[in-house]
Design a protein around this ligand. Structure first.
Ligand SMILES: C[S@@+](CC[C@H](N)C(=O)[O-])C[C@H]1O[C@@H](n2cnc3c(N)ncnc32)[C@H](O)[C@@H]1O
Length: 311
């Protein structure tokens, strides 16, 4: 097992330097991960942004293009990384990830086992949760995916807290060296029930397992296997409802028809102010909140279980 260097912390309270990964933020739905190189420029519809202008600025800075447009340079936190990473597999998103971190009771110092690594979306958050004294050992049987995940963990600054192994966890189980040491285990595998007997051996007394499965049939098979040695088995489906908040100007007294459930609508002709270049007048503008039609629905089921205490 690799010792973790407790002096290595994940911190972005410093200035941007050559080689850093930054999240170039236009809007919540328009972001890109960019590596800072002194002689490069980032181009978008607002113009060209020279990287040399970015170096030395704190994360969070607003920077300007040659045409006066602006973007923000944000730190590659797990929350933002999961929105911009390259999808080599299906990934877990923020709603599931945050629930997993909470329900697995992760704190700095925990030892976590995970399989499969996939695109490393969850792993990045697991690593940040257990840093600076804990460690995540994540396994995928796909060599190239494991290699790409390692590269990503370097780029996002969590590599000191993650070790990626290549291993068939359904066939071979987790390595014996972790027997009785894991605080928590996370499975995102096609047949998780095959890995549950090994997971049971790896967990500390009172340790918690979570298995993510997109289909309820997989959940049923996993629960059958869990019932032998685990208690407090619970399955959740996390559904998130996001809202669009827009500022509108009320022009005249004509109606606009009914709004959708949950929206606040003015019974007057309305005019979208945002992005129109108009100055907002608080006396004749209104805020509309409506559910986002493109919000993600079902992702999968999260099944949690605690190892039975024998004493
Ligand atoms: C859906 S992806 C995991 C995504 C990951 N949770 C994330 O958030 O990015 C499932 C991964 O499990 C891996 N996998 C499938 N069967 C496996 C096995 N028997 N042993 C290890 N990894 C396996 C696949 O190669 C794939 O990368």
């Amino acid at each position: 097992m690799l010792p973790t260097d407790p002096t290595k912390k994940i911190s972005f309270t410093r200035c941007i330097k050559e080689g850093d990964l930054v999240i170039v933020y236009e809007r919540h739905d328009c972001m890109k991960a960019v590596k800072v190189c002194q002689n490069s420029a980032f181009q978008n519809r607002f113009g060209a942004f020279k990287h040399s202008d970015w170096i030395g600025k704190p994360f969070g800075s607003m920077v300007f293009s040659n045409k006066g447009g602006f973007v923000y340079l944000l730190a590659p936190t797990p929350e933002l990384w999961t929105l911009v990473l390259s999808h080599r597999t299906q990934i877990l998103y923020i709603a599931d990830i945050s629930f997993v971190i909470m329900y697995l009771e992760l704190v700095p110092g925990c030892l976590v086992l995970e399989s499969g690594t996939g695109s490393g979306s969850l792993t990045t958050s697991l690593a940040r949760a257990v840093a600076p004294t804990g460690h995540v050992y994540t396994f995928d049987f796909h060599e190239q995916r494991a290699a790409s995940a390692r590269e990503d963990f370097e780029r996002t600054g969590v590599s000191s807290f993650v070790t990626v192994g290549v291993r068939d966890i359904q066939g071979q189980g987790f390595p014996d060296e972790f027997s009785g040491l894991a605080d928590s285990i996370f499975l995102d595998l096609p047949q998780p029930w095959l890995a549950i007997p090994s997971a049971k051996k790896m967990l500390k007394q009172d340790g918690i397992l979570c298995s993510f499965s997109p289909c309820i049939e997989q959940v049923q098979r996993s629960c059958e296997s869990l019932r032998l040695n685990f208690t407090d088995i619970r399955t959740f489906e996390i559904l998130l409802r996001t809202y669009e908040i827009r500022q509108w100007r009320a022009d005249c007294t004509q109606g606009t028809g009914g709004g959708s459930a949950g929206s606040i609508r003015h019974k007057r002709k309305q005019h979208l102010i945002e992005g129109s270049g108009e100055q907002e007048n608080p006396n004749n503008s209104t805020v509309m909140a409506r559910p986002n039609g493109e919000a993600r629905g079902h992702t999968g089921y999260l099944t949690f279980a605690r190892l039975k205490c024998l004493s």
